[in-house]
Every structure is written in structure tokens, then in C-alpha cells.
Design a protein around this ligand. Structure first.
Ligand SMILES: [Fe+2]
Length: 553
């Protein structure tokens, strides 16, 4: 049970009437009643008897007291224990998570009642009030280096209680303990529900935001782990071609486990059966389940129970969502319902992203045709956009940009010279140098691009990527003379990809440079014409390609 015990009990004490109740009860019973945590430390402001304060003021005395309370609470909270320290006072009742009268190492008799939250020990209520007077002080004074006379004097000032009332007081203390326990349980359940609601809200918000599918799946897996109060969770997507469930996103699982169980055939093992039957499956104890193909792998990962539910969209199986428990866990109907709801949300997100991806593919295809139409005007630049796209996308991937940013760069690169549609063919195809007037017409193409794209449905990133791709990092580019970060990242990437592609291609007015020379040129112009970070990423792309294929391009 994930629980911040001390935090919960202290918080409850601070925010309730419990403290006041205990104070009143202390007064009426003539005892020094206090609340302690499971480590034996006071968590309310009720005072110790002076005798105890003197002892606690010393290092040895404080350690002795804390050990006594911790030990007593532990024993009282475990079943079938028998405590009778000091040997004189028998327990008042059966000690099955009930309170008891216990003699402390200083010789005082204390009533101690544990406070439980189900099987978890939160702390206890204690009453130090009855001096037994059995003469333990000589040893105690020596051990704690306290004046014996001082100890003895204060020992006799500790309140005593008529023996006949002990059972009644203990019963009352148990009643208070039960009340605190119930308050803590309610608080715990409330906090648990709040965590669930917060996680579900977060998932809901993410599903409608324009983030990548991978990020959405991460949010779902983290949310499922949070709401089902576990650390381990996985989401597998179904690969129709291979009829396998592939591990897509997970949390809390080791690399070894993820590689051992990366793919699971449909119908095989528990997760494969969930996909086949389209029904949730619970494994309460991995050690005794006959359905697992390799239970040892699961046990080695520290998993004892798990719950798997299918991701369904109109009865089509998309994957499987699983939460794991490191202890034996009996999943409730509520928990199955909760994970199933998350699986439904995941399925909707996956389907939405698939539809958006289809639309984007159509858009890219249309854009590609448009780019080909522009290039058809100029035989010298045919295929230029397509090759530039490859360079730009590779740079973006190397720079670790997101899926949607890479898509934007792909579209912007395909369209980067769309404005050349406004440049006469005789200028584009002119073999020699251009006149100033002709040159101005070519330089005008980013303006034309901007006018064409900004009147359509293209995003701001695509429009700026296209219209700024002739700007230079040092501010000497065109059309606006922007510099540094004023130029969008998309444009800085397109500029490097576009320039490199132009350098290694033949033009009517010059021959293509060899790749090594073009690379030297990129390095020379990094920080002046080009963004050095983009150049650096591109050089890495080219080096990796050479290592793999033996040539740069
Ligand atoms: Fe251009």
C-alpha cells in the first residue's frame, strides 16, 4: 500500500480535533496521553511527565525510549504477541492489535495502543502515568548520567491511576485509536481518488492536445500506473503483419525484461490471450499460473500479480495495456473498470492519430505533386526538393525533434521554392550570369512563397520555414536580413539542406562540387551563413551514412 504514513498521521493531527480530544481525555483520566508515530516520536503538543523529559533529554535515555515505543508498537500491531516487560504486570487483554499496559525500561507503566490503517502501522496513543516504584532508577541514572535524587523525586510526582480503571481507560484509548484509524482510512481513500482523478484529467487533456502518439502513450502508461498505485505498467501495440504484440511504451520495467518479452505472438502467454479473446485477464499469483509461457522471467522481474486489458476500437484489437504488482494483489472490479476506461481512451487516441496521419500523408502527397510542378519549370533543379527533404528530415531527426516538428520540416522543405512559380522560365533556365533586374526577381521568390502559403491553411512554422530559408545567421541574407534566432529553426535547417543540395548538383552556370568540398564549405560558413548547430547535426548525418554505406550521399 503506497502510503506516506507519518505525513498522513501528522497532517490529520494538525487538521482535526483529535489533539483536543486527547488533551481533554488526558485531563479527565489524570494521565499524560500523547500521540506518537511508528518511530516512537511525539506528533502532538501534549507534554511528557517531567520525569520522562529528564530521561529523554539525554542521548541514551532518548534512544532507550524510542526503541521501547517502536518495539512495543511493532509487537502490538503484529498478531498473537505477548508483551510483559518488567515481568510484574500481565497484559490486560489479548494483544491482537489491541492496547496493553507495558512497563517501560525506566520502570514506569505505560498504556500503549497502536493506530492501524488496515495492516499498516501508523503510530500509537501512549499514556505514561504510573510509576511502579520498583527501583530501576539506580541503573537508569547511571546509564543516562542523571542525578539519582532528581530522578527519584520526579518519579514520585508521576500520576498514578487506580488499578480498577485501567481496563476502562484502555478501552477508551482503543476507541480513540479506531476513530483516528477510520479518519486516516477516509483521508487515504480520498487522496487515492484525487490521484486517480488528477491522472485521468491529465490523460484527457493530453488526448485532445496536438502531441505525438508516443507522448500520448507515455501519459497513458504513467497515468495507469498512478491510478492503479503501481510502478510497473506496459502498453503493447498490435502488429497485424506479424500478428505480434510489440512493446511500445512502459514504465518501471527493466531493460532485460523489455528485450526478453519485446514481442508476444497473439494467442501466446497471458497478454497474447488477452489480444485473442479481447477480454481482460487477471493473474493473481504468477508462481501458480499455468497460462504463462515463461513464469520465471516474470518472477525475476519482481512481478507477482498483473492485470491485462485489450485496447479495442469498434471491436478491432489495437493492443494490450497491463499493470503489474510486486506483491500478491487481488484486482477489484473497480480497478478492472478503471484500466479498461484507460484502454478505451488509448484506443481512441491511437485511432485519432492514425486518421490524422492519413490526412497528413495525403497533404504531403499533394505538396509533393505541387513541388514537382514547380520543378518542371526548371530542368536543372528537377528532384532538388525531394533530395533536400531527405537532408532536412535527417538533420531534424539527428537534432531529436519531435514527430510533428519533423513532419512540418518535411512539408516546408517540399514547398521551400514554391515562390519560384513567379520567376519567368527564361531567368530560371538562363545559362550565364543574371542581370541585376533578373537577380532581383529570383530574390523575390521567398516573398511570393509567403503570399501563396499564408493565404492557405498552412501552419505558421511551415510559412516561416519557407519564407525565411534564404536568411543568413549573420543577418546578411534575404528578404528581411533576419539574424540568429530571429530565423525559425525550420528555415535554418532548410537553408543548410538546400545549400548543400545546390552545391553538389550541376547548375547551368557551374559544375557540381564534390561532396568533400561541399562539406568544407558548410564548415567554413557555419556561424556566418549557417546555424553551426544545424551544420553539426548534418555533418553527423553524413558521417553516419558514410560509415554505413561507404559514401556520403
Ligand atoms: Fe530558394
Amino acid at each position: 500500500m503506497p502510503l506516506s504514513k507519518q505525513f498522513m498521521l501528522s497532517k490529520l493531527i494538525a487538521s482535526s480535533q483529535i489533539c483536543h480530544t486527547i488533551k481533554t481525555f488526558s485531563k479527565s483520566s489524570g494521565l499524560n496521553m500523547r500521540l506518537i508515530n511508528e518511530e516512537g516520536r511525539s506528533i502532538d503538543r501534549n507534554k511528557l511527565p517531567v520525569f520522562c523529559e529528564i530521561v529523554n533529554h539525554t542521548k541514551a535515555g532518548s534512544r532507550m525510549c524510542l526503541e521501547f515505543y517502536t518495539d512495543s508498537l511493532k509487537k502490538l500491531s503484529s498478531s498473537s504477541c505477548q508483551i510483559n516487560q518488567g515481568g510484574e504486570t500481565p497484559p490486560l487483554r489479548s494483544l491482537t492489535k489491541k492496547g496493553s499496559l507495558i512497563t517501560c525500561p525506566a520502570g514506569n507503566q505505560c498504556l500503549i495502543v497502536p493506530i492501524m490503517l488496515k495492516s499498516t502501522l501508523l503510530g500509537g496513543i501512549v499514556s505514561e502515568g504510573m510509576y511502579s516504584g520498583d527501583g530501576l532508577f539506580t541503573d537508569l541514572a547511571a546509564k543516562c548520567e542523571i542525578d539519582l535524587a532528581l530522578l527519584t523525586a520526579n518519579a514520585f510526582r508521576i500520576n498514578r491511576l487506580p488499578k480498577g480503571k485501567l481496563n476502562t481507560i484502555l478501552k477508551d484509548m482503543e476507541g480513540i485509536s479506531k476513530l483516528i484509524s477510520e479518519l486516516c482510512t477516509n483521508k487515504f481513500l480520498l487522496e487515492q481518488k484525487n490521484t486517480e482523478i488528477a491522472a485521468i484529467n491529465h490523460i484527457g487533456k493530453t488526448l485532445i492536445s496536438p502531441v505525438d502518439l508516443k507522448n500520448i502513450l507515455h501519459v497513458i502508461v504513467d497515468g495507469a500506473a498512478k491510478t492503479l498505485h503501481t510502478k510497473k505498467c506496459s502498453l503493447r501495440l498490435f502488429n497485424y503483419e506479424k500478428t505480434e504484440l510489440i512493446m511500445s511504451v512502459s514504465c518501471g520495467l527493466s531493460k532485460r525484461y523489455l528485450s526478453e518479452r519485446h514481442e508476444i505472438k497473439i494467442g501466446k502467454s497471458i497478454i497474447g490471450r488477452v489480444a485473442e479473446t479481447k477480454m481482460p485477464i487477471i493473474v493473481e499469483d504468477v508462481r501458480t499460473s499455468s497460462l504463462l509461457e515463461n513464469p520465471q522471467q516474470v518472477i525475476n522481474e519482481g512481478i507477482l500479480s498483473f492485470l491485462s486489458v485489450p485496447l479495442l476500437m469498434k471491436n478491432t484489437m489495437l493492443g494490450v495495456l497491463t499493470v503489474y504488482s510486486e506483491t500478491i494483489h487481488k484486482y477489484t472490479a473497480d480497478e478492472i473498470q478503471l484500466l479498461t476506461s484507460l484502454a478505451v481512451q488509448s484506443a481512441v487516441a491511437i485511432e485519432n492519430k492514425r486518421l490524422v496521419s492519413e490526412i497528413k500523408t495525403h497533404l504531403i502527397n499533394i505538396t509533393r505533386s505541387l513541388a514537382e510542378t514547380i520543378e518542371a519549370k526548371d530542368i536543372h533543379t528537377r528532384g532538388h526538393s525531394e533530395r533536400t527533404v531527405w537532408y532536412a528530415v535527417s538533420i531534424a531527426q539527428e537534432m531529436g525533434l519531435s514527430e510533428s516538428e519533423i513532419e512540418t520540416i518535411e512539408i516546408a522543405t517540399l514547398l521551400h521554392d514554391i515562390g519560384k512559380i513567379g520567376v519567368p522560365e527564361e531567368i530560371l533556365l538562363k545559362p550565364g550570369g543574371l542581370t541585376q533586374e533578373e537577380f532581383e526577381k529570383v530574390r523575390n521568390h521567398p516573398f511570393t512563397s509567403f503570399n501563396i502559403l499564408s493565404s492557405g491553411e498552412f501552419s505558421k512554422e511551415i510559412v516561416t520555414g519557407v519564407s525565411q530559408h534564404h536568411e543568413r545567421i549573420d543577418g546578411k541574407g534575404y528578404p528581411h536580413g533576419l539574424s540568429g534566432d530571429e530565423i525559425s529553426l525550420e528555415a535554418r535547417i532548410i537553408e543548410v539542406a538546400d545549400s548543400f543540395e545546390a552545391m553538389v548538383s550541376n547548375r547551368p552556370y557551374r559544375k557540381a562540387l564534390d561532396v568533400e568540398t561541399a562539406i568544407m564549405e558548410l564548415k567554413r560558413c557555419a556561424g556566418r551563413q549557417f546555424d553551426p548547430v544545424v551544420v553539426d547535426a548534418f555533418l553527423k548525418v553524413l558521417e553516419k551514412r558514410k560509415e554505413r554505406l561507404g559514401k556520403y550521399i
